[in-house]
Design a protein around this ligand. Structure first.
Ligand code: ATR
Length: 287
């Protein structure tokens, strides 16, 4: 689609933004549906966030994504935040409807959709989440909302961040969450139905690393990794070998994009085109 005077503009703001796959996914999706939209990356330093958001309002963007390090700090700059994102305390997608900026967390919604797509219902299941960063927070909230019995495993001495997520879930959703140190993995994983890696362990270039020793994976029926570089991590390879079903990080990446696309265009996202575009870019990167 050529850019015209009527082209609607979407963007991603972050620091860094050079690695983002979102422009490729969204522009391919706009083209597929013949929509006169364009999606661009914008490097925004933390100290320029307020100015950037004012600028995006001024130029009347249709919507934008927010990535590291702005997912939390942007909250007070928005006009409205959807209830789940408010509980999570982070957003990654903003809509601009008649000048009103509303924040959503399509990382969390996207994680939910990828579970649905694979026919996974975590209600009543023992779910272990590794890590207590931003991704873990979004995933843990949605799992708690879906009725999972959660255990958070974290490396950080003192486990403050994991306890913080647990107490936010207790307050926001009324569910108890168990918090364990990562060293207690063997005990923590006993009886686990679903294991989710929400740490960066195994991410390129340290692709030989896995957050879980291969022999601790026996008897876990489903293993999910949010890392998508590489598309199949060591953890997922080990899990497959141990007989588990696996879901990789590309799924969540594509779904968070698809849900943002739908909010901005009001059209159903061409999921396969977005997935194809993401995989193509990731394969090129791995060369
Ligand atoms: P994101 O927004 O992607 O979640 P993050 O906020 O930096 O990124 O969080 C990364 C998570 O991966 C953290 O929980 C981190 O552990 P700490 O809370 O102890 O810092 C976890 N992580 C990163 N490297 C790790 C490693 N080598 N072993 C275990 N956990 C690790």
């Amino acid at each position: 689609m050529d850019i015209s005077g009527k082209t609607k503009v979407c963007a991603i703001i972050g620091d860094p933004v050079g690695h983002t796959l979102s422009p490729g996914m969204h522009n391919a999706a706009f083209k597929k549906l013949g929509l006169d939209y364009a999606y661009i990356p914008l490097l925004v330093k933390p100290e320029k966030l307020a100015a950037a958001v004012a600028g995006l309002r001024a130029i009347q963007v249709t919507g934008f994504n927010v990535t590291i390090p702005h997912k939390v700090t942007i909250l007070p700059l928005l006009d409205d935040i959807d209830p789940l994102s408010r509980k999570i305390g982070a957003v990654n997608t903003i809509t601009n409807i008649n000048g009103k900026l509303t924040g959503y967390n399509t990382d969390a919604e996207g994680f939910f959709q990828s579970l649905m797509e694979h026919g996974v219902n975590p209600a009543g299941k023992n779910v272990a989440v590794l890590g207590a960063g931003g991704a873990s927070r979004a995933i843990s909230f949605i799992l708690a909302e879906m009725g999972a019995k959660l255990t958070l495993l974290n490396r950080q001495a003192g486990l403050e961040r994991a306890h913080d997520i647990a107490s936010m879930i207790k307050t926001g959703i009324g569910r108890e969450v168990q918090v364990l140190a990562l060293e207690k993995m063997a005990a923590g994983l006993k009886g686990t139905d679903i294991l989710i890696n929400a740490t960066s362990v195994g991410m390129s270039p340290h692709t030989e690393n896995s957050p879980v020793p291969a022999d601790s994976l026996r008897e876990i029926p489903l293993v999910i990794d949010i890392v998508y570089t590489p598309t199949e991590t060591q953890l997922l390879k080990d899990a497959k070998k141990a007989g588990a079903k696996t879901i990789g990080g590309v799924d969540m990446l594509v779904w968070q994009g698809a849900l943002a696309f739908e909010k901005w265009t009001g059209r159903k996202a061409p999921l396969e085109i977005m997935r194809h575009e993401a995989m193509k870019a990731l394969e090129k990167r791995a060369d």
